[in-house]
Design a protein around this ligand. Sequence first.
Ligand SMILES: *[C@@H]1O[C@H](CO)[C@@H](O)[C@H](O)[C@H]1NC(C)=O
Ligand SMILES: *[C@@H]1O[C@H](CO)[C@@H](O)[C@H](O)[C@H]1NC(C)=O
Ligand SMILES: *[C@@H]1O[C@H](CO)[C@@H](O)[C@H](O)[C@H]1NC(C)=O
Ligand SMILES: *[C@@H]1O[C@H](CO)[C@@H](O)[C@H](O)[C@H]1NC(C)=O
Ligand SMILES: *[C@@H]1O[C@H](CO)[C@@H](O)[C@H](O)[C@H]1NC(C)=O
Ligand SMILES: *[C@@H]1O[C@H](CO)[C@@H](O)[C@H](O)[C@H]1NC(C)=O
Ligand SMILES: *[C@@H]1O[C@H](CO)[C@@H](O)[C@H](O)[C@H]1NC(C)=O
Ligand SMILES: *[C@@H]1O[C@H](CO)[C@@H](O)[C@H](O)[C@H]1NC(C)=O
Ligand SMILES: *[C@@H]1O[C@H](CO)[C@@H](O)[C@H](O)[C@H]1NC(C)=O
Length: 700
Amino acid sequence: MLHPRSKTAALLTIPALALMSRAAPTFSPILPPSYPLAVKNPYLSAWLPGNQAADLAAATPQFWTGQDITWSILVRVDGTLYSLFGALPQSSGVKPAITNTADYTSTHTTFGLTAGDAEITLDFMTPVSPINYVRQSLPMSYLTISVSRNADTTPSVQVYTDIDNSWISPPNTDTPTNWSYAFSAADTHILTLTAQDQSEYSEVKDVAQWGTLAYCTRPYGSNVSAKAGSMPDMHKEFGTTGSLNGDSEWGPESVIALSHDLGRLDDRKNVTFAIGQWRQPVVNYLGNDRASYFASQCRSVECACVHALTDFEATDAKARALDAQIADKAVRVAGKNYSDIVTLSVRQAFAALEVTIPVDILDTDDVLAFVKEISSNGNVNTVDVLYPISLIFYVLAPEYIRITLEPMLRYLGAGRWPLNYTLHDLGSHYPNATGHDDGIAEPMPVEECGNLLILIYMYEKATGKTNLRFTYSILLQQYAEYLVENGLYPSSQLSTDDGAGEEANQTSLAIKAAIALNAYGVMTGQQKFLDTGRHFAQVLYDERVGVDANQTHFLLVHNDDDSWALQFNLYMDVLLDLRTFSTSALRMQTEFYATKHDEAGVALDNRVNWSKTDWMVFAAATAMAPEVENEGIRDMFVNDIHRYITNGKNDVPFGDRYVVRDDDVVEAGTWSAYRARPVVGGHFALMALDGPASIWVGDH
Ligand SMILES: *[C@@H]1O[C@H](CO)[C@@H](O)[C@H](O)[C@H]1NC(C)=O
Ligand SMILES: *[C@@H]1O[C@H](CO)[C@@H](O)[C@H](O)[C@H]1NC(C)=O
Ligand SMILES: *[C@@H]1O[C@H](CO)[C@@H](O)[C@H](O)[C@H]1NC(C)=O
Ligand SMILES: *[C@@H]1O[C@H](CO)[C@@H](O)[C@H](O)[C@H]1NC(C)=O
Ligand SMILES: *[C@@H]1O[C@H](CO)[C@@H](O)[C@H](O)[C@H]1NC(C)=O
Ligand SMILES: *[C@@H]1O[C@H](CO)[C@@H](O)[C@H](O)[C@H]1NC(C)=O
Ligand SMILES: *[C@@H]1O[C@H](CO)[C@@H](O)[C@H](O)[C@H]1NC(C)=O
Ligand SMILES: *[C@@H]1O[C@H](CO)[C@@H](O)[C@H](O)[C@H]1NC(C)=O
Ligand SMILES: *[C@@H]1O[C@H](CO)[C@@H](O)[C@H](O)[C@H]1NC(C)=O
């Protein structure tokens, strides 16, 4: 690695002219660690590392794991061929287009480039349509190439784009692949790639081993051509003729490509592509196949392509409205830095999830959503992952709290889980939601019992619906009893932050138990639980079991006065207005954080030198409790996260865990172990204080 000083020296040797002829690109609102491109579900997850965004022509997009994928985009302007994206200029006669801008919103990543006399916008859009299950479950994202002229000429313009089987093939393998081309309804041109070896519900390096990858478009006053062949040959042919003609050939290193001849450019012209992966079924739920909800509309990938392109304009209009509302509200709640964080989190949070219906009868009244615990371990519907994600659900579509919890509640209700505390997850690896009938799963008894009761109360408060509580009343009562017995002095066990290790008497678990019991008591009108929850709080705070002798902070471990932690579990007490803990307890803890601020933030607890961005926002939101209202502490947390995602040290999809203190190995501000996880939905915790469903996401 170059020392920063030698980097500067190297730059100075570049001729001054070259530096001046090309303004540096602008990044709006910030240059993030990684841009979402097509980020729709656990297997359709294409990103561009931020450190490649200044020269898009030479960029290489990646699967969320970091595996390179092929996605090239070229334009031909008056016979000159330019690379816009993902095509190294080495391929014959290709000039690099100049990158001018890179922007993102909640649902769009937009790049602006110049190629000769043409100005090009590459608009990568992934709709987030929580209330419209059809749109949300469509396994596709969009690319719109928009071209306008920058001079008085009317250049002749053609655009081209290709992909290959790196999207469906794990790294370093050349999966034998079938390709197909279909010309379907509404003049839709559809290219597909299907691995010859199909293995339902299997992954290799997180890549789905079943299904069909599709890339499709239709004419927009343009002439479309489509072909399969070797990438250099295709680039050359397009560069020479401006279209793709003749016979396709498929072999190793081949691509499937689509091109549009836009003719002479007098005005702005847009062409849209849909890209996606068609898998049916999508999830194995206890031996029953679940299809994507979208299967209620389409039974084939061709139909999905036609549907996607037909629905594009309406989808895009809704997505832009959502973008504006989220950004606007985030700014109002906690400023522009906060908006930069949440808008980067939206696609990532929803892309870990698939909305499903039963394959056999496609009953659209039987909707269940499945969530992959991406990056950390691949578990299905992990309860302590649903806990932070639920905040984006609470703000945008609280019904998701039910459709993500119900798969596990049904399983527990059927009596298949043998232990008397609740389960951590519904399956060791997505997409096998096959339960743990043997009773063997990561044990987090107090954490998950507390989470379940809190989430059900949260759902009820947000929607007014009592159906979950009544249907699963016996189970919930059992978990509440469990917390009464085991919640105040938890035995040695893990908490959600399992990476930090086991500990007995974890104060944050006791806090969670107190809040969960209070919530359960309020929800069911059982005074006993309400009293127990408040009693726990009194022991922890007033009797100082969970705070130091001088009452300056809550502890990591009861009675260990030197220990401390980020007490994110206090947040739900504020959100749900339960008042289990007094204002003075919340104020004490909030003021304490300022004394533990390290180089790049407040650590999770005194054992570790990393922190978690979701829990940091929980702590920031707790600081906004009534009569605490400490904007300084709120902004400290928000700005720490902001600094982390803008410090130039990271090139992965939003990593929710990062190092806050330099050590021998890593620098403060560097991501740690986790990337692309859905828990970034927890960044909505501050917005959630404004109430449930407080952003209008559309009428259907
Ligand atoms: C064309 O695409 C650009 C970039 O996505 C967008 O701003 C513009 O509204 C689109 N125009 C039309 C007519 O769809
Ligand atoms: C691939 O193509 C071959 C030859 O047409 C066909 O027999 C096979 O079923 C195809 N495999 C898949 C998975 O589509
Ligand atoms: C899901 O279960 C099937 C059948 O046991 C297995 O072949 C497959 O590898 C599993 N998938 C994952 C991702 O573990
Ligand atoms: C499309 O092809 C037709 C027939 O060759 C031609 O007349 C027309 O000008 C082309 N349109 C564009 C936009 O290139
Ligand atoms: C779990 O349930 C069993 C039998 O129902 C009971 O004997 C035991 O005390 C319970 N354990 C805890 C920790 O509540
Ligand atoms: C937990 O704390 C209580 C009260 O201080 C104590 O009696 C108990 O021994 C502790 N449990 C463990 C496992 O350390
Ligand atoms: C607790 O407060 C007292 C009185 O202010 C002070 O003398 C003592 O040093 C404090 N203890 C600790 C551990 O900070
Ligand atoms: C926003 O965050 C940056 C760190 O990325 C910080 O320098 C700046 O002061 C923050 N802005 C505001 C208004 O707090
Ligand atoms: C940071 O954590 C790592 C892993 O636990 C440890 O090896 C290292 O010593 C820690 N560094 C500091 C400065 O605490």
